[in-house]
Ligand binder design. Structure first.
Ligand SMILES: Cc1cc2nc3c(=O)[nH]c(=O)nc-3n(C[C@H](O)[C@H](O)[C@H](O)COP(=O)(O)OP(=O)(O)OC[C@H]3O[C@@H](n4cnc5c(N)ncnc54)[C@H](O)[C@@H]3O)c2cc1C
Length: 458
């Protein structure tokens, strides 16, 4: 883009959003390019901050008329470089669209602006005596719009589903400025195409989400939480099934920790290890239940210990102990501190997980200087790997060890983080040529000039 058109579009955007709604120069460069690139400044021509759907629509129309491409930006916590910008692109931030309307206590719904953080929505729901179930480590920064656009999962998918299962309606602005409003607070609505799904998990390539109707739940009555040691992941899966049966599906989290991950997280000076460090597999299991139901949980654990399915277990007996247990799972910064800086997010069917992890670990351990740990939301088939960063050949060997087996196992190269820029090349491992062609057809239909987040996913 030459200087003159860029000045013209900035003037036009400033007229729409007001001077404080447009960020350029040093202020823009002080923002990171992406979560994964904290030292790299945002490269965009400008960051525009519309206040509502109407301003967003006018911004999109102006950019379409000036042939400028747009990169949507929420809380910038995405892990696949989905918000990365080129110098001639405008990034559209939702940070001024943070309004959360009062919850409807009967319908158990809430309308939130796309820039509201997940933590703010959780707090607002709690203040209304209700519960917003989506939860993830990035809750303080990740936004409603960002979690919709990546179809985020997190810690309670087992019981409440992913963002796709929580959003009842939404409003989005297309590349040409058209507003598509589907803000109905309905659980059932079979009236043709479910248009909101076009914007769930499509990473800002089909529209800018500006508002959403969220489904709330009753607040959990309490939790029973345990850390268990098992002979392997298959036994862990049996524990999960037994607990689901005993508690009528009220298991809300089932997090798997392989021993190297457990040892890393419980090194001296980090979390105190509740169990000894040499079991082949650990799990944090949490269910929603009344305090008086805890005995039934202990019965399940005792029975499985008698069978050898569970080798040891520590039950949290206070909220402090529960939080301490979760810190073993959540303090992901410990991996960065130990040089395990490359993060992977894949899905594998639970009954194939043991073979997959053993095979991948054998390949990873054979790569010179490679270290790796594995853990994840295994109740949802979701594994996270963290590995060392090596040279290009070493990194390619790590990628191959982790991704190559997935196609044959009917796994996925991205369980919950999306594709962004980072995993574009891996997409064909999880999607057939016909699926990819259909995705491109949808993209061309909604954004024929490729103005919205171009180059992401495809
Ligand atoms: C510590 C940590 C823990 C995490 N844990 C989890 C986890 O457990 N589960 C999980 O699923 N993810 C997790 N993530 C990843 C991340 O938090 C999610 O992907 C989150 O949904 C991103 O939200 P965001 O607002 O930060 O979006 P951004 O990072 O700003 O954007 C993400 C993508 O969505 C697009 N986008 C953003 N807002 C909009 C909008 N309003 N309209 C259209 N497109 C938009 C962007 O263009 C980009 O492609 C974690 C990240 C961190 C840093």
């Amino acid at each position: 883009m030459s200087d003159r058109p860029s000045t013209a579009i900035l003037d036009r955007l400033s007229a729409i959003v007001g001077p404080s709604g447009l960020v350029t120069g040093e202020e823009l460069r002080s923002r990171p390019a992406a979560w994964t690139r904290p030292a790299e400044p945002c490269a965009a021509l400008a960051l525009v901050r519309p206040r509502d759907t109407e301003e967003t629509s006018r911004v999109m129309t102006a950019c379409a008329e000036a042939s400028v491409t747009i990169v949507p930006r929420g809380g910038a916590t995405g892990l696949v470089d989905g918000i990365l910008c080129a110098p001639d692109q405008i990034t559209l931030s939702t940070e001024r669209m943070t309004t959360i309307e009062p919850a409807d206590p009967l319908a158990m719904t809430m309308v939130a602006g796309s820039g509201a953080t997940i933590e703010a929505v959780q707090d607002a729901a709690r203040n209304a005596g209700l519960f917003f179930p989506l939860d993830l480590g990035a809750r303080g920064s990740a936004t409603v719009g960002g979690t919709i656009s990546t179809n985020a999962g997190g810690l309670r998918v087992l019981r409440y589903g992913m963002m796709r299962d929580i959003v009842l309606g939404l409003e989005a602005v297309l590349a040409d400025g058209t507003v598509v409003s589907s803000m109905r607070p309905l659980i059932k609505n079979n009236t043709g195409l479910d248009l909101k799904q076009l914007f769930l998990g499509t990473e800002g390539t089909l529209g800018i989400v500006t508002r959403a109707v969220l489904r709330l739940r009753p607040e959990p009555v309490g939790y029973a939480t345990a850390l268990v040691g098992c002979p392997g992941v298959d036994e862990g899966a049996r524990l999960l099934r037994a607990a689901q049966a005993a508690f009528q599906g009220r298991v809300s989290s089932f997090e798997g920790l392989w021993p190297d991950f457990y040892r890393l997280m419980t090194k001296p000076g980090r979390a105190t290890p509740p169990l000894k460090p040499d079991y082949a597999f650990y799990a944090i299991i949490e269910m929603e239940c009344l305090p008086e139901e805890t005995d039934r949980f202990v019965d399940v654990l005792d029975r499985l210990m008698g069978e050898g399915t569970v080798l040891d277990a520590a039950l949290a007996s206070s909220e402090d102990q529960r939080q301490a247990m979760w810190r073993i799972r959540d303090r992901v910064e410990n991996m960065n501190a130990d040089g395990l800086v490359r993060a992977f997010d894949v899905s594998v069917p639970l009954d194939r997980m043991d073979g997959y992890v053993r095979g991948a670990l054998a390949r990873l351990n054979a790569i010179p200087d490679c270290r790796a740990v594995v853990y994840g939301h295994i109740g949802d088939n979701n594994l996270h790997w963290n590995t060392t960063r090596l040279d290009a050949a070493g990194n390619a060997a790590i990628d191959a060890a982790i991704y190559e087996p997935l196609a044959e196992l009917k796994g996925s190269v991205s369980a919950e983080h999306g594709i962004g820029l980072e995993k574009r090349g891996k997409l064909p491992l999880s999607r057939s040529p016909a699926e990819l062609a259909t995705m491109r057809l949808v993209k061309r239909a909604l954004d024929p000039d490729n103005r919205l987040n171009p180059g992401k996913i495809f």
